[in-house]
Design a protein around this ligand. Structure first.
Ligand code: NAD
Length: 271
């Protein structure tokens, strides 16, 4: 127990936050040692376990992230972009490792995460599932083999509450395809098509976004050639796959030097 990795969960009342509280509590070798929420949350002052539906853990959800992070070994963050940038600064100051899962960060906010990685171990992923980590590796490989004669289109669907588009995972899949082809995604990315678009330029990487219902996360990478299509896909049926990956990453950071890591490192796909 005293040897347990102490995990702090920011945004502990969110969809992922609650899942993380349950996952950490169910995992040997770690425990929930702190929890925060945003200033407007109705869960402030409540027990993180009670909010997550598993009964009191003796961890009250507080508003002050600095006070919480001072008492933990690892911070897990699935919140909102501005909060993630601030949590990254605080984790670096307190020498706590950081698991950063929030998507939709702008360049400055991503830079705050990268800066934290100079001081502590940071695992950054737009998708913490084992399946999508594998899909990223396969997408890079297939894009390299098929080359620009096969048009790459990335289709994603998420629940109606999702606020950013295309999903962070779809963008990561686009980056993987671009890397496989040896091009820069920013130069070939086509996120929206509407009206008289003209013919599809060769080499473009296209995105299509669907939103609705309670879909946890579906992604398909389509390689469309003359006379055939190759499709690689992943469907998440529960947020538990992301929480399990994030907790695995949190335990993995123990003893790791500072640096920016991905789930490929955690799962041993990358050196
Ligand atoms: P959510 O809206 O249910 O939860 C976000 C929580 O953060 C809310 O409870 C909100 O009150 C809280 N919050 C806001 N500001 C805060 C602050 N300053 N301090 C502490 N908490 C604060 O959203 P969600 O579905 O749980 O998703 C959260 C993020 O995680 C999104 O960006 C989503 O895209 C991303 N996500 C990533 C993965 C992955 O594997 N990387 C998987 C699922 C979701």
């Amino acid at each position: 127990m005293s040897d347990d990795v102490k995990i702090g969960i920011v945004g502990a009342a969110g969809r992922m936050g609650q899942m993380l509280v349950r996952q950490v509590t169910a995992t040997a070798g770690c425990r929930v040692a702190g929890a925060t929420e945003g200033a407007k949350s109705h869960s402030l002052g409540k027990d993180a376990g009670a909010v997550a539906g598993i009964g009191d853990l003796g961890v009250v959800i507080i508003e002050d992230p600095a006070a919480m992070i001072a008492n933990v070994d690892v911070v897990i963050d699935f919140t909102v972009p501005a909060a993630t940038a601030e949590h990254a600064r605080l984790a670096a100051q307190a020498e706590a490792a950081l698991i950063a899962g929030t998507t939709g960060l702008n360049a400055e906010q991503e830079e705050a995460v990268r800066l934290a990685a100079r001081h502590v171990a940071v695992v950054r992923a737009s998708n913490f599932s084992v399946g999508v980590t594998l899909l990223l590796a396969l997408t890079e490989q297939v894009a390299g083999i098929l080359g620009p004669d096969y048009d790459v289109e990335i289709l994603e669907m998420h629940h109606r509450h999702k606020v950013d588009a295309p999903s962070g995972t779809a963008i990561s899949l686009g980056e993987a395809a671009a890397k496989g082809r040896g091009v820069d995604l920013a130069k070939v990315r086509q996120a929206v098509r509407d009206g008289h678009t003209g013919a599809r330029p060769q080499g473009q990487i296209g995105f299509a976004t669907l939103r609705g219902g309670d879909v946890v996360g579906d992604h398909t990478v389509i390689f469309a050639g003359e006379g055939e299509r190759v499709e690689l896909g992943h469907k998440a049926a529960s947020r538990q796959v992301f929480a399990a990956g994030a907790v695995r990453a949190a335990l993995w950071t123990r003893g790791k030097p500072s640096g920016l890591y991905s789930m490929k490192h955690v799962l041993g796909f990358a050196k």
